[in-house]
Design a protein. Sequence first.
Length: 137
Amino acid sequence: MLNHIAIMGRLTRDPELKTTSSGVPVVSFSIAVDRDFADKESGERGVDFIDVVAWRHTAEFVSRYFTKGRMAVVSGRLQTRNWTDKEGGKRKAVEIVADNVYFGDSKRNDSETTAPAVQSAPSDFAPIEGEDEGLPF
């Protein structure tokens, strides 16, 4: 059987790092993922808000390097949990248990608004004179 999911979106809040009673780090966060299609009437794309949980080294990595608004790529498995709320009502939570979390964007400094200009260096290469028939490409 296969249970694998990969999503890309922006964090809706800062990750919350906690530690279990046995000392295992766990982080929870939520990602906003745009839908691939637009609504027929409004023409707007919908957004899904997906809860994510990461454990151990992945949890520490996420809590250290990710903040609200940062683009993330998450791969892992989909998991459902049943629980009872304070009033005794039955609840169900659906979340991704992350195996890997990657950067979906590049971090920029606030002062850096555009890519730095690339300056060309003098070339040591000279054009080849003659026929190109012997070249394999």
